[in-house]
Design a protein around this ligand. Structure first.
Ligand SMILES: Nc1nc2c(ncn2[C@@H]2O[C@H](COP(=O)(O)OP(=O)(O)OP(=O)(O)O)[C@@H](O)[C@H]2O)c(=O)[nH]1
Ligand SMILES: [Mg+2]
Length: 223
């Protein structure tokens, strides 16, 4: 697992002075290469051994977008079935999604529709990039994958093993996340942003407890 190499986030003043911060989530079946892609981007390395992510790993990254410092939280979720019910809270306030399948395992491509349905249930509007990983092993770049076209989503052919398109993928995801954050007309996002800066006083009766956004983060979707 990549997390043992990633250092815990230090109290780095630069990070707290960031102009902006975004959250990007990574979805897909177990063993499609989500953690290895993060490892490749964040550490520019790849260790082939397999260690499945346990529930969640959070990575902090600082990027520069149009001259501004952006603090990025990457959420690497476990693809395993046994963690499925925990995924709901990961969607909370996400600004973009990287959705990965393994070009060598057809079932992981088929399961994209399940992941996508769940994503849209919680985050109807956020940008989503479909990622065909492991292209180092077979020639697939000529293949068309209809899933991405059907939902008008960008499709990237990448390899965590040799690094093909990985930096481009993550940089584009960060840009999309920042752009979404600033241009979104998503009603709940607007409410949340206003709550964050303390502009809105919400009487307790106006916030229906059925919507996760009204709950503290730790409680969201727990039931
Ligand atoms: N050939 C090849 N193998 C890869 C690539 N990316 C990942 N793998 C291998 O695929 C396996 C799974 O990679 P992980 O990154 O752990 O998969 P994951 O999606 O994070 O899996 P979970 O944490 O269980 O959800 C490992 O054995 C990796 O070495 C790639 O681009 N090419
Ligand atoms: Mg993993």
């Amino acid at each position: 697992m990549a997390s043992d190499k990633a250092q815990p986030c230090e109290l780095d003043q630069e990070k707290y002075d960031a102009d902006d911060n975004v959250k990007i989530i990574c979805l897909g079946d177990s063993a499609v290469g989500k953690s290895k892609l993060m490892e490749r981007f964040l550490m520019d390395g790849f260790r082939p051994q397999q260690l499945s992510t346990y529930a969640l790993t959070l990575y902090k990254h600082t990027a520069t977008v149009d001259g501004k410092t952006v603090l990025v939280d990457f959420w690497d979720t476990a693809g395993q079935e046994r963690f499925q019910s925990m995924h709901a809270s990961y969607y909370h306030k996400a600004h973009a999604c990287i959705m990965v399948f393994d070009v060598q395992r057809k079932v992981t491509y088929k399961n994209l529709s399940t992941w996508y349905t769940e994503l849209r249930e919680f985050r109807p509007e956020i940008p989503c990039i479909v990622v065909a990983n492991k292209i180092d092993d077979i020639k697939v770049t000529q293949k068309s994958f209809n899933f991405a076209r059907k939902f008008s989503l960008p499709l990237y052919f990448v390899s965590a093993a040799d690094g093909t398109n990985v930096v481009k993928l993550f940089n584009d995801a960060i840009r999309l996340a920042v752009s979404y954050k600033h241009n979104s007309r998503d009603f709940m996002d607007e409410v949340l942003q206003e709550l964050e800066v303390g502009q809105v006083e919400m009487p307790s009766t106006s916030c229906k407890p059925t919507h996760s956004a009204c709950l503290p983060h730790s409680m969201a979707h727990d039931s």
